[in-house]
Design a protein around this ligand. Structure first.
Ligand code: AHR
Length: 520
């Protein structure tokens, strides 16, 4: 019961460092499915990925080169491509991040042995060989079956550099840039449905004020040449977290006719302190709760930015992209601090699902997101070590939520009891529902309560269902994890805790878990 859950929470706070944890209990909660009032389609791009030239994200994790002993296709690892195909990755954002605003696309085309080596100033000063450039990125995206989101350099580039890169990628004609692309091995234009103009221009991308950025954006706009060859959605740099002034100025000065999206960035730091963010493993129950308290702020940020967008764009022409999100912990001890390598535990899997449930609430605005980052960086979906690979708990959460891609959102009114520990309160769970393209209704639940199971009773209202099946992701410890080369500790299994009786669906959900069910 909830009251007991609070007591358990308080007693756990007192004995936080003494194993074993307090006795588990069951929280009871109810919800109502509004199947008669469906919302908008959850754009598949909500399940996007972000791959930056950072640490072992590209080099080693994605690109090993054609001569590598690691099985590859034209230099790109076969194991990660197969895993990402299984995830139905809809979109990959590249080449950064902060890296994008120092990247010059000409460095990454032509014979690889002739490409310049640069210093990756943002990420550890590591040499950047440029062996992974435009053609290699599109090969990667095409092997995975994902669309491409290319972020152009506004911080240290020029409108001409942007225009020429776009022409190089997209021109079907006989012009010199298209011919140069052909001479580098690609006849047909690349498909580029999304292009970002700058990255974090309030910070690493140029320390601009929103007034300056929006003027600069407007200067770039005429040279973007949005047309049949280049129909890409133009993504303006958006706010960090709750910087509503940035959104206000950019929405007002750029306006809905010059951009198709504005991009919010928000990272979850357990402590909220960039100086000491918190560890990726061996964390306490308090740190678990702190982390979820931080991640749940995403919902409020989205609401605030949407309110401003509604003012300047009542027709909802501009989408809110959350094109960087995820956990950001202190780096794994002994690794290069500039490479942002962290381990990925059950906490990350549950947190990913909790964020999906938030994104699903706003399908008419939140039309794309990208987790940071795909491989070996921050909240990675895949970790590699030499020829070994681990699918992280975050990967499994993404996989369980695949049916939500392009599904029609169904509002789910949830009464979730609060869970409090050490003065921090989180909802004990969140959930979302949608009618998938296969015709079935799916419900996803993130049980953020680290101790107590959940007995959730859902009123299906007019929806008729006979049975329920699904998958559950949980593990014995909060920081159970999957490491390359080791037996995975966190893998989804068939879910047997659901029952349909009349118009009521009852789900028994373990503590600290993700459950996705399908109604039959
Ligand atoms: O994802 C790592 C970095 O975080 C990105 O390069 C930057 O955009 C953000 O600050």
């Amino acid at each position: 019961m909830f009251a007991k859950s609070l007591l358990v929470a308080a007693s756990v706070a007192a004995v936080m460092f003494a194993a074993p944890l307090a006795q588990a209990d069951t929280v009871k909660a109810t919800a109502t499915l509004k199947s008669d009032a469906p919302g908008a389609v959850i754009n598949k791009y909500v399940y996007g990925q972000f791959s930056e030239h950072l640490g072992a994200g590209i080099y080693g994790g994605t690109w090993v080169g054609e001569d590598s002993a690691i099985p590859n296709t034209r230099g790109i690892r076969n194991d990660i491509v197969a895993a990402l195909k299984d995830l139905h990755v809809p979109l990959i954002r590249w080449p950064g991040g902060c890296f994008a605003d120092e990247y010059h696309w000409r460095d990454g085309i032509g014979p690889r042995d002739k490409r310049p080596s640069r210093k990756n100033n943002w990420w550890g000063g590591t040499p950047e060989t440029n062996h992974f450039g435009t053609h290699e990125f599109f090969d990667f995206a095409e092997q995975v079956g994902a669309d491409a989101y290319v972020n152009i350099n506004m911080g240290s580039g020029s409108p001409t550099e942007m225009r020429e890169w776009i022409e190089y990628m997209t021109s079907p004609g006989q012009d010199t840039l298209a011919q140069e692309r052909r001479s580098n091995g690609r006849d047909k234009p690349f498909k580029v449905p999304v292009i970002g103009l700058g990255n974090e221009t309030w910070g690493c991308g140029g320390e601009m004020r929103p007034e300056y950025y929006s003027d600069l954006y407007r200067q770039y706009t005429p040279f973007f040449h949005k047309n049949a060859d280049n129909p890409a959605a133009r993504v303006a740099v958006g706010p960090a977290g709750d910087d509503v002034n940035w959104t206000e100025v950019v929405m007002k000065n750029i306006g809905p006719n010059r951009m198709e999206a504005i991009a919010l960035h928000y990272y979850t730091l357990p402590t909220g302190d960039w100086g000491k963010k918190g560890a990726s493993i061996k964390f306490t129950q308090q740190e678990w709760v702190d982390t979820f308290a931080q991640t749940m702020r995403m919902d409020g940020f989205i609401q605030k930015h949407i309110a401003i967008m509604d003012k300047y764009d009542p027709e909802k022409k501009v989408a809110l992209y959350v094109d960087e999100w995820g956990t950001w912990y202190d780096v794994e001890p002994g690794t290069n601090p500039g490479h942002l390598y962290q381990l990925n535990t059950l906490r990350d899997g549950v947190l990913a699902a909790a964020n999906f449930n938030i994104f699903h609430k706003y399908p008419d605005r939140v039309k794309m997101t990208a987790i940071a980052q795909t491989i070996n960086v921050l909240q990675a979906v895949i970790l590699t070590d030499g020829d070994k690979m681990a699918l992280t708990p975050t990967y499994h959460a993404f996989k369980m939520y695949v049916p939500f891609q392009d599904a029609t959102m169904i509002p789910l009114d949830v009464q979730a009891p609060a869970y409090t520990l050490g003065g921090k309160t989180i909802p004990s769970f969140n959930a979302s529902a949608a009618k998938a393209k296969d015709g079935h209704v799916y419900i996803g639940i993130a049980n953020m309560n680290p101790i107590d199971g959940l007995n959730l009773s859902i009123d299906l209202a007019s929806l008729k269902a006979k049975g329920v099946s699904g998958q559950v992701l949980t593990a014995p410890k909060m920081d159970s994890l999957n490491r390359p080369g080791a037996k995975p500790e966190v893998v989804p299994v068939d879910y047997k805790g659901g029952k349909v009786k009349g118009s009521t669906l009852t789900l028994d959900i373990p503590a600290k878990s993700v459950v996705v069910v399908r109604l039959d």
